[in-house]
Design a protein around this ligand. Structure first.
Ligand code: ADP
Ligand code: MG
Length: 391
């Protein structure tokens, strides 16, 4: 569990004040695919840079960022995601999630698809985040001790699976296979997943090996709408700890976490002709996705301010409690298809994404309370010394 500072209101606190931050929302339109092109599919989406997307003739929505089909992974990363990595180094939690119907580009954008080698055009956000974190860690190594751990889980039919359970170097496979995965709230009010393996990683390659291994353990089965589609939610978490080396040992310590979420398709079960076991999956996915939509609705609606937020309605919303309306810098990438076949689903996605813009978070720097107390006491000693000197 990542510890969060308990009280941030003390006047002589050395913590920076909490900042007000709404959830940033980007829309990304993927290119028409070859099937859509060969069936003479037309685009029903117009992008008006920098922030407007028009669906059909006149349904216009404004977001924080809009990326047309010609925009590459690096442009999305630079504008939407790099600022979140900046925050991680300062001790702010971050969350990035991709939302949208199956086939709209969520997995491509997040980068849970495996590409070999160092960062290239196709690499999505997760590899870029990992790469950036290690590059920066190198440049800060003389002043700080930085440690990085990763976990990778999947929510499937409202069960949580540890995708790194059988990770070769985890060394505690037996322990993990017997350990029950749970969700609990720590003494600081942070919701955390317990009983999942957190792999310490020292390089981009080591972290990517976890993604490769974890992706192989994801649940995959044929699906009417898209063979490759996944009906599970994948959450890759980076746990980052940075300790400042001072003259008298560690001077300060911050721990932050970055949740990177590749959601299941947001389309309704009935469009996929699902039946039997597939239908059960569809219904369960909807438990988590419907709960997510409900949480976004309550938090994003001015008139519902102060109403009960149904975080407890699903595993997904419990795990994302901190990221939606809590102590995190959060960005959502709504992925849409330009094809006119998908008009209705695209409209639904744009409506939810637009509402998510109203969600207010309160990110704070997550300092280790013990080190913060020492820093506060040191500050008081300095102030008292100065007062004595002035006498
Ligand atoms: P989802 O995860 O939302 O179901 P995918 O990410 O699997 O969708 O995307 C479906 C297909 O479209 C994949 O073959 C993917 O490579 C391609 N694709 C998605 N977005 C883009 C994009 N921005 N540029 C190029 N190809 C894309
Ligand atoms: Mg996908």
């Amino acid at each position: 569990c990542v510890k969060q500072e308990q009280s941030l209101t003390t006047t002589n606190s050395t913590n920076p004040p909490s900042e007000k931050g709404s959830v940033r929302v980007a829309v990304r339109v993927r290119p028409l695919n070859s099937v859509e092109k060969s069936s003479c599919g037309k685009s029903c989406v117009t992008v008006q840079p920098p922030d407007t997307v028009i669906l059909g003739k006149d349904k216009s929505f404004t977001f924080d960022y809009v990326f047309g089909p010609e925009k590459g992974q690096s442009e999305v990363y630079e504008q939407v995601v790099r600022p979140l990595v900046d925050g991680i180094f300062m001790g702010y939690h971050a969350c990035l999630f991709a939302y949208g119907q199956t086939g709209a580009g969520k997995t491509y954008t997040m980068g849970t698809t495996w590409y070999k080698g160092s960062i290239s055009t196709n690499h999505g956000m997760i590899p870029r985040v990992i790469n950036d974190i290690f590059e920066r860690a190198k440049s800060e190594m003389t002043a700080y001790d930085i440690s990085i751990r990763v976990s990778f889980i999947e929510i499937y039919n409202e069960d949580i699976h540890d995708l790194l359970k059988f990770y070769p170097s985890s060394g505690n496979v037996l322990l993990n296979s017997n350990q029950k995965i749970g969700i609990r709230e720590d003494e600081f009010g942070n919701v955390c997943v317990t009983g999942v393996h957190e792999e310490p990683v020292q390089s981009y390659e080591e972290a990517m090996a976890c993604i490769e291994s974890g992706s192989l353990h994801r649940a995959t089965a044929a699906h009417d709408m898209n063979q490759q589609s996944s009906r599970s939610h994948a959450i890759f978490t980076i746990i980052f700890t940075k300790s400042e080396k001072g003259q008298e040992g560690i001077a300060s310590k911050v721990t932050s976490q970055f949740q990177l979420v590749d959601l299941a398709g947001s389309e309704r079960a009935k469009r996929t002709n699902a039946s039997g076991a597939r239908l059960k999956e569809g219904i369960s996915i909807n438990v988590s996705l419907l709960a997510l939509m409900e949480v976004i609705s309550v938090l994003g609606d001015e008139q519902k301010k102060g109403s009960h937020v149904p975080y407890r309605r699903s595993k997904l919303t419990r795990i994302l409690t901190n990221s939606l309306g809590g102590n995190s810098r959060t960005a959502m990438i709504a992925c849409i298809s330009p094809s006119d076949d998908s008009f209705q689903e695209t409209l639904n996605t744009l409506k939810y994404a637009h509402r998510a813009r109203n969600i207010e978070n309160r990110p704070v720097v997550n300092q280790d309370p013990a080190f913060k107390e020492i820093a506060d006491l040191r500050k008081q000693v300095e102030e008292l010394k100065q007062k004595l000197a002035e006498r």
